[in-house]
Design a protein around this ligand. Structure first.
Ligand SMILES: Cc1cc2nc3c(=O)[nH]c(=O)nc-3n(C[C@H](O)[C@H](O)[C@H](O)COP(=O)(O)OP(=O)(O)OC[C@H]3O[C@@H](n4cnc5c(N)ncnc54)[C@H](O)[C@@H]3O)c2cc1C
Length: 378
């Protein structure tokens, strides 16, 4: 098949990863983003390429995506890829049992799991001077810089001569024709395509609903914060034992015991929290998160979760946090079927909607783009 013309709707990581996969295969891509710069989940996330918590069924695709991120990072230094790994710090015997089970599991080696005593934790990450029993090190976890990755990827794509980005351009309709599809935008322009891929993130209404009606997806809202520079390196991302409750890769008898025998703090339980923390390249820490499932979502951020996150991080670091300089919330689209890595819905002979990667969309983006390209024989 000769080169095709693709129109991709949505400028987040899914749209951009699909653009990468298509351009890589020799096709031409026009990408439309309704905002002047993407401002959905992709620029609000931790930038964690998180292998540790994914289920065994998801592991091959996750590792493939990490490999693609590393390759992209080599070609596009602006994405800020770093193979920093992660340390999940356990503070109680029931949490320790989950970490032990993880290191004994069949995929422990593929994930690069190792259980370390506090001294060995500090040999890898000297900033962890606080209170914990042990650390579950995951050497395959990695990070990228969410707020700079998209422009960097677009500059790389534009240099191929086969990619055009239109910011401030909302796709308003997609009409299938015999030969392809026509996208119309809110400036009255039309874009002719052989194939249209809509990656609208959590915008489940509007054009998305017109194209595919109600998708089997829901929206999830998270609260986040960022500190001033720490003044020292935090060499790995860190997580607390509550993360075992949320990441399906740890599910099993030990997590059942954790849920049964150790309750979360009232704030953490109310806001369905875990601690994740990653150092940005400028030295500040991105810290979260909460999970809110019931709409309408709050339009303001709630202070109690931030107090919890600050207390836990300070306990693990054994020092006060630098000043918090930013707080925000983000919403992602999650497939209702927990085993679905993403939701792909056919809207017409030449039109697909792809969304719902949930809390792993940054991790899986590159591999999902490649998978769609394979499925559609691009
Ligand atoms: C706070 C938070 C933390 C997270 N942390 C992580 C993490 O560390 N690791 C991880 O793997 N995942 C993480 N995730 C999940 C991940 O960020 C998302 O799964 C992923 O970014 C989704 O990408 P997307 O391109 O589908 O959506 P988005 O990034 O939301 O992009 C969709 C874009 O489409 C545009 N759009 C919609 N409709 C139209 C239209 N009609 N015309 C033109 N443009 C349109 C929107 O403006 C938007 O910019 C996190 C999510 C949140 C919210």
């Amino acid at each position: 098949m000769g080169p095709m013309r693709l129109v991709i709707i949505g400028g987040g990581i899914l749209g951009t990863a699909h653009a990468l996969a298509a351009v890589r295969r020799g096709h031409e891509v026009v990408q439309l983003e309704r905002e002047t710069e993407a401002r959905g989940a992709t620029v609000r996330n931790f930038g964690l390429v998180w292998v540790s918590g994914r289920t065994t069924a998801e592991l091959a695709l996750t590792l493939r995506s990490r490999e693609l991120w590393e390759e992209i990072g080599g070609k596009v230094p602006g994405v800020g890829f770093r193979p920093a790994g992660s340390m999940t710090l356990v503070r109680t015997p029931v949490e320790l049992a989950v970490a032990e089970a993880a290191t004994a599991g069949p995929s422990a080696e593929a994930r690069g799991f190792e259980l370390l005593d506090p001294e060995r934790v500090r040999a890898i990450n000297p900033a962890l001077r606080g209170k914990f029993l042990a650390g579950l090190h995951c050497s395959t976890d990695a990070a990228v810089e969410s707020r700079q990755a998209l422009p960097a990827l677009r500059a790389y794509l534009a240099a191929t001569g086969r990619y055009t980005f239109h910011a401030g351009t909302e796709a308003r309709s997609v009409e299938d024709t015999a030969a392809g599809a026509v996208v119309r935008d809110d400036h009255g322009r039309r874009f002719d395509a052989d194939l249209v891929l809509a990656c609208p993130g959590a915008a489940h209404g509007g054009l998305t609903r017109e194209l595919v009606d109600d998708l089997p997806v829901r929206r999830v809202r998270l609260q986040m914060m960022q500190t001033a520079p720490l003044g020292e390196p935090l060499t790995t991302a860190i997580a607390d034992g509550d993360s075992f409750r949320y990441y399906p890769g740890f599910a099993g008898e030990q997590v059942d015991a954790l849920n049964r025998e150790q309750s979360q703090s009232a704030t953490a339980a109310e806001h369905k929290m875990q601690l994740l923390c990653v150092q940005r390249l400028h030295g500040g820490l991105t810290i979260g998160d909460t999970h809110e499932y019931d709409e309408p979502f709050a339009f303001d951020v709630d202070e109690a979760p931030y107090e919890h996150l600050t207390a836990v991080t300070e306990e693990l670091l054994g020092r006060p946090l630098p000043q918090v300089v930013r707080r925000w919330a983000g919403v992602y689209s999650q497939s209702v079927d927990p085993t679905a890595l993403v939701t792909r819905a056919k809207a017409g002979e030449h039109t697909w909607v792809v969304t719902g990667p949930g809390g792993r969309g940054m991790t899986l983006g590159p591999a999902l783009g490649e998978q769609t390209a394979d499925l559609l024989n691009l």
